[in-house]
Each structure stands twice: as structure tokens, then as C-alpha cells.
Design a protein around this ligand. Structure first.
Ligand SMILES: CC(C)(COP(=O)(O)OP(=O)(O)OC[C@H]1O[C@@H](n2cnc3c(N)ncnc32)[C@H](O)[C@@H]1OP(=O)(O)O)[C@@H](O)C(=O)NCCC(=O)NCCS
Length: 327
């Protein structure tokens, strides 16, 4: 079962440094002040020190102890520019272009992770998803063995008994039209991430069809992707194509696919595309009373995560812990 206590325990044993690309944002300042009361996660705020101090005073949060790094006055900027040019040499980036790009908090913060100055990055309080994720795709890059970066949401429905319901949904935020191979990679990465949150993954490839009850290209895509995922990770419980009711409702599963070990009990869902995924997780969040954590990016060489621009300070705090614990 998912609990933040476990992730905090992991960090207490091995404290990390997390860079926030939007150092003057009141939600980032509130979450940072909260983090600074513990000793497991050191915030690094990107921005002008005076502007950050003033913003913190204006909203009344104590950020004493936070590290502030200013792209306009960074003592290792020459080294950062060289490193950036090397990483982007296939694009012919000049040092002048690199300096201009690195003046932006999203690229500068990502390079702090790349250079090992920070362990993880959280952005997106004001930057769009694309502007938070793109620097990571270009500079942190996919880890060996992976072809794409994708994402998963962890959904938690608190229960009075303490037996929280925890589900994983992918890819609801990055890949717009994943192909069969990409869906297989998304599934295995999401299942591995789900384990960190206490889920014993039972993976359903979702469709409007259950085992051939409907037909069409999109049905074939999900069935073939499920097969490819099984080949990629034979140890995982993976089934598809399944309708959502067959995936989660034992009574429906008994009628539609009685022999399936996943159907009726699925807890890790792979959607056919970003439309379905993004709408699906928001329905669970808004109508199903699930708390949504994510998107958690999968397949990168270092943890970088994106906040929703509508996030609050408590969500920033939670996502900071999740992001750092993945480092
Ligand atoms: C992720 C996303 C931002 C990338 O868009 P983009 O920056 O326009 O993509 P580009 O095709 O220009 O690629 C930029 C770089 O990232 C790489 N890249 C793009 N998608 C990638 C992926 N899924 N995995 C790994 N690398 C990827 C490209 O290869 C390229 O690398 P290069 O510059 O070294 O050649 C885009 O897929 C997107 O907008 N997704 C939806 C985001 C969204 O709105 N989500 C909903 C809200 S949560």
C-alpha cells in the first residue's frame, strides 16, 4: 500500500537535492519551506536571490537553508555551456545559443541535474508540460535499453480502514499516438514504477473490445502491444485487449474472459493514446475520488517531473518527495 512515510524513510537513509525551476512561485516557496523543516530533501531554487527572498517574504514562508542558484550569476556557467554544446553537438548549437538557452530556468535547472549538482528536478508550476519535459528529453535523455520517455500517474483512493486503493495509469501525458512497441515499453516501465508504490502489477491493455468482441485497427494494436509486452517482461501479469469493465469488475470478467488472471483485478492500465489516458485519469480523479500523483516520467536517465499549472503547495511537496525518491 502506498504511503509517503515509506518514500520519506528511503530519503532519510540517502538524502537528495531537488531543483525547482520556478524559484519565485509561491507554491514552490511554501513546499520548500515545508521540506526545509525535514532533513531528507534539500531544495535548490532557480532564480534571482533577491527576487526569491522578496517573494518568500511577501507570502510569509521561511526558506532559510534553501540553496538559490541564479542562471545570471552562476560560477560554473562556462562549464555548463561546454557541457550543453557537447550534448547538443548533433544540432550544431553554438556557445552563444547555449548561453541564451541556459538563461531560462527550465534548461538551466535540467543542466544542474545533468552536471550532478542536483539529483532530481521538479518544474511545471508555470512552464507548460512541453517546456518542462523537452529539456529533459534533449539533455538527460533516455536510459540505456529504453527508446522513449513516457509517463505514469499513480492514483490513490484513501480508505477509512487504511487499505488505500492504489492504481497506475499510463501514458496519460507524454506520447500522443504510441505505436505497439512504444505501448509495450510504456506498460513494462509503468509496471516497474507501480511496484515502488506497493502495487503488485496486473497490467491491462485497454480497448473498446475484450478478446476480439470488437474489431478494428485500434483493437489489433492493443492486442499486439499486449503480446509484445509479455515478450518484453514474461514475468509480469499482462492481458489485452480488455474493456475497462472487464479489466476491473470480477463479475464482468467472469462473463467476458473467465480464464484471464488479470481481468477483474487489473491495477495497472495502459491506454491506447494520450486522449484516452488523459481523460481516463481525470475521470478517476474528479469523479472517483482518487488522488492523482504525476505525471511521473519513465525511461529517463535521472528523475525529472512535471507539475500541473493548477497544482497547490501540498501537491508540489508530494511530487518533490516522489521525484527525489526515484533518484
Ligand atoms: C513530450 C513532448 C513535449 C515533446 O514534444 P517536442 O519537444 O515538440 O518534440 P520534438 O519532436 O521537437 O522533440 C524534441 C526532442 O525530444 C525527443 N523526444 C520527443 N519525444 C520523445 C519521447 N517520447 N521520448 C524520448 N525522446 C523524445 C526528440 O527526439 C527530440 O530530441 P532531439 O532534439 O535531441 O532531436 C510532446 O510529445 C508533447 O507535447 N506531448 C504532450 C504533452 C502534453 O500536452 N501533455 C498533456 C498534459 S499533462
Amino acid at each position: 500500500m502506498f504511503g509517503f512515510g515509506k518514500l520519506i524513510d528511503v530519503l532519510k537513509k540517502d538524502p537528495k537535492r531537488i531543483v525547482f525551476t520556478e524559484g519565485t512561485d509561491p507554491r514552490i516557496l511554501e513546499a520548500s519551506s515545508h521540506l526545509l523543516t525535514g532533513t531528507f530533501l534539500q531544495p535548490i531554487l532557480v532564480g534571482n536571490p533577491d527576487a526569491i527572498q522578496k517573494a518568500a517574504e511577501d507570502v510569509g514562508f521561511n526558506i532559510r537553508g534553501a540553496e538559490i542558484v541564479d542562471p545570471q550569476n552562476f560560477d560554473r556557467m562556462d562549464e555548463m555551456v561546454d557541457c550543453f554544446c557537447e550534448l547538443r553537438k548533433s544540432k550544431g548549437v553554438t556557445p552563444e545559443q547555449a548561453r541564451k538557452t541556459l538563461a531560462q530556468g527550465n534548461y538551466f535547472g535540467t543542466m544542474l541535474v545533468k552536471m550532478g549538482i542536483a539529483d532530481a528536478l521538479l518544474g511545471g508550476a508555470t512552464y507548460s508540460t512541453a517546456d518542462t519535459v523537452r529539456p529533459a528529453l534533449q539533455l538527460i535523455k533516455t536510459k540505456p535499453g529504453n527508446n522513449i520517455v513516457s509517463s505514469v500517474f499513480i492514483l490513490v483512493r484513501p480508505s477509512a480502514t487504511g487499505q488505500n486503493e492504489v492504481l497506475a495509469m499510463a501514458d496519460c501525458a507524454i506520447n500522443i499516438h504510441p505505436n505497439e512497441d512504444e505501448l509495450a515499453e510504456i506498460a513494462t516501465e509503468a509496471a516497474e514504477c507501480a511496484k515502488i508504490f506497493g502495487i503488485d502489477p496486473k497490467v491491462a491493455f485497454l480497448s473498446y473490445s475484450t478478446f476480439g468482441s470488437g474489431s478494428g485497427e485500434d483493437v489489433d494494436k492493443m492486442r499486439n502491444a499486449a503480446e509484445k509486452a509479455r515478450k518484453r517482461a514474461p514475468e509480469l501479469a499482462i492481458e489485452g485487449e480488455l474493456q475497462f469493465d472487464a479489466a476491473v469488475a470480477p463479475r464482468v470478467a467472469k462473463v467476458k474472459c473467465p480464464d484471464s488472471k488479470v481481468a477483474g483485478h487489473a491495477n495497472t492500465f495502459v491506454f491506447p493514446d494520450i486522449n484516452a489516458g488523459n481523460i481516463g485519469y481525470k475521470i478517476a480523479q474528479r469523479l472517483g475520488n482518487f488522488e492523482a500523483y504525476g505525471p511521473i516520467l519513465l525511461g529517463l536517465n535521472a528523475p525529472v517531473n512535471d507539475l500541473s499549472r493548477g497544482c497547490n503547495a501540498s501537491e508540489v511537496y508530494s511530487m518533490a518527495i516522489i521525484t527525489a525518491a526515484l533518484a
